[in-house]
Design a protein around this ligand. Structure first.
Ligand SMILES: [Zn+2]
Length: 131
């Protein structure tokens, strides 16, 4: 998914849809600012809001996946690249062995520290249904 499309979905989720009268998702001009993501056609999106959106989308995706409990803190969660991923409960967050998780954790911490703060320094998501 392109960044424009992702931000368009976020704006729609927020009910901020006025830009749609004149523009489509691919027209959106997006800049990373210290206080949030600035969209020329729709204004500022704070990192706190962006963090809520990322959690919401991750939750939505995770809620349809199969989960197997393998130990006290260890779960196997169904995936697409490989059939199962090890996910570890680290107390207040979940850590996944997949590349997306590792890449996000590394890059967000370095490239978008304000977003990382807004995520409470947690990239892992909570799984809704646990066996
Ligand atoms: Zn993962």
């Amino acid at each position: 998914m392109s960044l424009g499309l992702a931000i368009a979905n976020l704006l729609i989720w927020l009910g901020r849809t006025q830009w749609q009268e004149k523009y489509n998702a691919h027209d959106l001009v997006i800049e990373v600012w210290a206080v949030g993501i600035w969209v020329k056609q729709a204004g500022l999106i704070s990192y706190k809001t962006l963090a809520e959106w990322i959690k919401y989308v991750a939750q939505l995706k995770a809620s349809v996946l199969g989960v197997q409990r393998k130990g006290d803190r260890l779960y196997l969660v169904q995936g697409s690249q490989q059939s199962w991923y090890a996910v570890i409960n680290q107390g207040n967050y979940w850590e996944c062995e997949c590349m997306l998780y590792r890449c996000r954790r590394k890059r967000i911490r370095k490239e978008m520290p304000q977003l990382y703060q807004s995520l409470n320094q947690q990239i892992g998501v909570r799984l809704r249904k646990l066996p």
